[in-house]
Design a protein around this ligand. Structure first.
Ligand code: FMN
Length: 312
């Protein structure tokens, strides 16, 4: 079976990759992804300068999921831009993703100017959904602000760019965000980031599980799959066809990848479970997805992408 996928004019040998923030923060992590069967990698969301992130404990693993409030610890844009440029020179036929997450519009514009002025020709993933910067709102929940940011970005940025979105929970919000996104030449949207501001507690200690923000944090893993699928499906039904969808959230096994693609994803990212298993997960997921496709007689992901059935 053929697990390759295409976004815009770029072909990826495998439709699975890591999700930003998990095992992609330094050269060692990224080189492991390069050596794996993943179809691409995305770098840890970068800010203009190095950030240490929030105090520990800032992440807690749970059976099948996790809560985190990392606070964007990263090496700063220059580090990741340098890495992707060197990789691009070594493997010019590969497309990878550079995630950026300014905590202000000015930071995002400054970083995008730097990327625009560089030789980077991969995809930028603009993270509009950082729930873990104390005191800052999630841009993705402010539709006018999203429009303002994208207006300023596309005024000068003309390389392939996508946005990483938080989850939406109301069908009217799907309509509203899609109406904004459809007005811009986006290459992709990535849905979803962590489900924001969950609370995990330790009943024995009668205490929260992580230190930042009084214990509130983003939820990932199996808990969030129905929300992720709803967002991939909801956006896939509303976005113009030129905007590809990257499906993220709750992927543990090949069936989960299959379901994301049925909902309309062209590429599927794995966060929490990739954190648990490391790069060998891509071999397992590929095997599991291939087995499902073979049993159903599907040769390529286009045979079932977006073809979810309803009762109507
Ligand atoms: N998403 C980003 O866009 N940028 C980040 O820097 C980022 N950091 C994360 C750090 C951790 C420890 C985790 C668990 C998630 C992070 N995420 C970040 C969100 C993931 O990319 C992903 O959208 C989310 O975890 C849902 O996928 P999952 O259910 O496979 O974990």
């Amino acid at each position: 079976t053929d697990l390759s996928t295409t976004i815009a004019d770029r072909t990826f040998s495998n439709c699975m990759m890591n999700a930003a923030g998990v095992r992609c923060a330094d050269e060692n992590d990224l080189n492991q992804l390069i050596a794996s069967p993943a179809g691409a990698y995305v770098t840890k969301s970068a800010t203009p300068n190095v950030r240490e992130g929030n105090p520990e404990p800032r992440m807690k693993s749970l059976p099948g999921g996790c809560i985190n409030s990392m606070g964007l610890p990263n090496h700063g844009l220059d580090y990741y831009l340098d890495f992707v440029l060197k990789d691009q020179a070594a493997r010019p036929d590969k497309t990878n993703l550079l995630s950026i997450a300014g905590t202000t519009l000015e930071d995002n514009l400054a970083m995008l100017h730097k990327v625009a002025d560089s030789d980077f020709n991969g995809f930028v993933e603009l993270n509009l959904s950082c729930p873990n910067v104390p005191g800052k709102p999630q841009v993705g929940y402010d539709f006018d602000r999203v429009r303002e940011i994208l207006t300023q970005v596309f005024a000068f940025y003309d390389k392939p760019l996508g946005v990483k979105l938080p989850p939406y929970f109301d069908l009217v919000h799907f309509d509203q965000i899609a109406a904004v996104l459809n007005d811009f030449p986006l290459t992709f949207v990535n849905s979803i980031n962590s489900v924001g501001n969950g609370l995990v507690i330790d009943p024995n200690a009668e205490r929260v599980a992580i230190k930042p923000k009084g214990g509130f944090g983003g939820i990932g893993g199996t808990f969030i799959k129905p929300t992720a699928l709803a967002n991939v499906r909801g956006l896939s039904l509303r976005l113009k066809p030129e905007i590809a969808i990257i499906g993220t959230g709750g992927v543990m096994n090949g069936t989960d990848v299959f379901e994301h693609i049925l909902c309309g994803a062209s590429m599927v990212q794995v966060g929490t479970q990739f954190g648990f298993e490391g790069t060998r997960i891509f071999k397992r997921l590929s095997k599991e997805l291939s087995a499902i496709m073979a049993a159903k007689g599907y040769q390529s992901i286009d045979d079932f992408k977006g073809k979810l059935k309803t009762f109507d």
